[in-house]
Design a protein around this ligand. Sequence first.
Ligand code: ADP
Ligand code: MG
Ligand code: ZN
Length: 622
Amino acid sequence: MKNNRTWANLLPYLLMLPILILLTSMAMSGNSKTLTYGQFIQLLNRKDTTIEKVSLTLSNTVIDVKGTYTDKTGDKIFVVTVPNTEESNNNLVSLLESKVKDGNITFVDAYKTNPLIEALVQIIPLIIVTAVGIYFISRMSGSQNNKAFEFSKSRARLEGNIKVRFTDVAGCDEEKEEMAELISYLKNPEKYAKMGARIPKGILMVGPPGTGKTLLAKAVAGEADVPFYSISGADFVEMFVGVGASRVRDMFKKAKSTAPCMVFIDEIDAVGRQRGAGLGGGNDEREQTLNMLLVEMDGIDDNKGIVIIAATNRPDVLDPALLRPGRFDRQITVSLPDKNGRKAILEVHARNKHFAENVDLAALAARTPGFSGADLENVLNEAAILAVRGNRDKITMEDLDEAIDRTMGGPAKKSRKYTDKEKTLVATHEAGHAVIGLFLEGANIVQKVTIIPRGVAGGYNLMTPKEDSMFLSTKKELLAQITGLLGGRVAEELVLGEISTGASNDLEKVTKIAKDMVNRYGMSEAIGPVQYDSDSGNVFLGRDYTSNKSYSDTVAYEIDQEVRKIVNGCYEEAKAIISEHRKDLDNIVRALIDQETLTKEDLDNIVKYGKVKPETVEENIR
Ligand code: ADP
Ligand code: MG
Ligand code: ZN
């Protein structure tokens, strides 16, 4: 890159070179004296001068005469052009022969030019044009780095001396264990070669965004203390055809020269998509790149100390050829962290922050199911920013609370004013969700409910599952989830006798869960354990758009019936629960309107004592 930079700086000077040459040649011819024909004849007839030498350049119409003569004042160069007629020609030659010393006359063919000059004349315009072209391309491709000549080079960034260690990756214990072997291999490839063991060349890390795939790969390189090449799949794909393939080649060449080392291909789905799929099909740039990747991977000999780790969050679209033995044959799934994992991640990122006494990272971990490592880091960072903004020297639990809410729903819009009617409506809606959460077994627990608008949501309700059930849900839990989501709408209907648009987001989720129950999980009575919905769609179109409909219209009708049955059943249940606990609902609504935000403890108090503050209740009793 640096080299290119200096080249670009030199270009203007290079452009000036031909002009300079032209100028000097003009200046050189300037110190000769141009004579008219008359003066020339005079000169020839003068007695006191001798012509030292002369050269005649004959062309069709004129003769260029160039020569030196000596008179009293010394040597002079003269130039004259005479017409080339036969008469003047003979005349001139005989005149010159008598005049010029020792017959010092040379004849030059006008059409025979200096071959060097001829070559230069042809080459100079070419040089100028290319130079101008290069100059503009390099300017176009951005001022930060001139990629004009580098586009076929791989973009792999070489990072030696990686600072990330396993201790920086929290949770992920199984994944780390799996990687430990790689580290030992990278440290000492010969040991494995001697044993005849073949370590997988390629490892595919699969997992949702932000779960620490990149981090883990770096940590492996850091622990093994080997060079780390990282490149993103998107870097292979460029507007120039053939670039991707040559980049792949270049990257592997580099890697081979520094083995043992690690190559990390992030977002490999950008190049590794199934070949031959998609609209317009055919042999496109991405396929070329993928083919080259496959060829290069096969070209790495076993036990040469090169390990390739790729990461993706869409393993379903990858080309099967990538996954066959000898290529990315080992898959490591990096999943979202569970409660303990979240606590560990929080602790890692809390290392450089100061917290107030009341901060409890375990409680924070319990409140953030579904958060990825990146989300959690973001929460802590947001909280730190909030603390700075509030001029506090320590991060408080309130900062963390607000940071979680921000991460989930955007900043609170405290300035947005509700009308009283709207406030009642939102409070009733949110209280409906809360009541179901409190009284329906299996429903999500309400951790926090607020009527301060956030993002696009009017109010907001932070509900978490009782246990960390990330992997499996029972039918009962799914039904309870639907019931909880419907709680808002039901409360509006029962309490206010009027329904609002506020439930649209809830209904969207409800419909999705109910549909999945029928189509995907086989949880309906009428249809039974059949899966009608499959993901194997076209990889280039949106998944919903292409999910294959492999059933008849009769089945479609039945599915609709079942979905509706599930949702209606839950609706009735929500109605029953809310009617039964109407008193609690009213209390929650009142408290929400009064203080806008209620925590889980507040809700428990309302159920127990009818009020948020138990002290005041006790006072009343006394
Ligand atoms: P991915 O590549 O899976 O999308 P990254 O590895 O880029 O995710 O993670 C983004 C950030 O999230 C990391 O820089 C790190 O700060 C944080 N993070 C994610 N997972 C963890 C973890 N297990 N331990 C510590 N930090 C994590
Ligand atoms: Mg990543
Ligand atoms: Zn709602």
